[in-house]
Design a protein around this ligand. Structure first.
Ligand code: PMP
Length: 305
């Protein structure tokens, strides 16, 4: 097995206290948009592909294929570029063009599946490519290493940055972030409350990006997906967050100097609600998963056009 190329991209993202005004609660936010590809998905891309390399499942020139509406494919494309592997992203039609261009720039290929088949159609296509071309499938929706990546990297970093955590709040796409953080904190002995920030739509039926996800907050689900295992999150609280409010909070965060995407507003709104409830002594941690630059053509930036 050739040595794993060292790409110098293992680093810690900042965990910062965010209080948007003196009358609002303080929340600890992990700035995952500062990862090299611009999202928390760098964690799982690096963890899964480096493990596959060490175990001899992939090496120079291998083909990696992933079904994702964006962030995971972008992160996989970046890590494949660094490790000298081929990458194909399979996506349901309708994903924003910024994402497609980024993947192509990293040398990745795009395969588009019919919109009406949603993410399940994309997953079926990756399985066909694995059979036909012997591609390696990171399979973020079913791979337990998605959860483990956050447990051993994101959660550990947070516990180097603050001594304990009382509540962890996140939206759920695959559920890897919320489950991994929760398990990492529990293993370190923190009796932490897990909180699922669920986007709900109160203003009519907008155009959905992908059938299994919420309509206006890309990357997060409005219902629990199959991999997300509630039994692994005892005492789970679910907070329903109006998606219009989530977008407004994302714009507020951007205005305060945090260049975030829509799911960060969702997470922050839910985290503020929990922080109010638990009181100022409680440490409430959330994640800002990705960057605003991916959303210039979306509703997030409509007020500035
Ligand atoms: N925010 C964004 C922008 C995402 O793309 C995703 C995942 N697709 C999430 C949050 C949720 O992360 P997870 O898959 O770990 O639940």
């Amino acid at each position: 097995m050739p040595a794993l190329p060292s790409c110098g991209t293992h680093f810690t993202t900042p965990l910062v206290p965010v209080q948007l005004s003196p009358t609002r609660p303080l929340v600890w936010a992990k700035l995952e948009y500062l990862n090299p590809s611009g999202s928390a998905k760098d964690r799982i891309a690096r963890f899964i592909l480096e493990k596959a390399w060490r175990e001899g499942h992939v090496g120079p020139g291998s083909l990696v294929v992933e079904a994702s509406s964006g962030s995971t494919s972008i992160a996989m494309a970046l890590v494949c570029a660094q490790l000298g592997m081929r990458f194909i992203a399979v996506m349901p039609a309708g994903v924003s063009n910024e994402r497609v261009l980024i993947i192509k720039a990293y040398g990745g290929e795009i395969r588009v599946t019919p919109k009406e088949e949603g993410i399940l159609g994309a997953i079926a296509e990756t399985e066909r490519l694995a059979r036909q071309e012997g591609a390696f499938l990171p399979s973020q929706f079913s791979n337990p290493d998605n959860v483990l990546a956050h447990q051993v990297s994101t959660a550990r970093e947070i516990l180097h940055q603050i001594p304990s955590v009382d509540a962890v709040v996140s939206g759920v796409g695959t559920g890897g972030t919320l489950m991994g953080l929760y398990q990492g904190f529990r293993l370190a002995g923190c009796p932490v409350l897990p909180v699922f920030a669920r986007p709900v739509n109160l203003t009519g039926p907008p155009e959905a990006e992908c059938c299994s996800f919420s309509a206006r907050i890309p990357g997060v689900a409005d219902r629990v997906s199959t991999i997300f295992d509630e039994r692994a999150l005892p005492g789970l609280r679910t907070l329903e967050i109006n998606d219009t409010q989530a977008l407004a909070v994302s714009r507020e965060l951007i205005g305060a100097g945090f260049p975030v995407g829509p799911s960060s507003g969702l997470n922050f709104e839910a985290a503020e609600q929990i922080a109010r409830e638990l009181g100022s002594a409680a440490r409430v941690v959330t994640v800002f998963p990705d960057r605003m630059e991916r959303y210039f053509t979306t509703e997030l930036f409509a007020p500035y056009r």
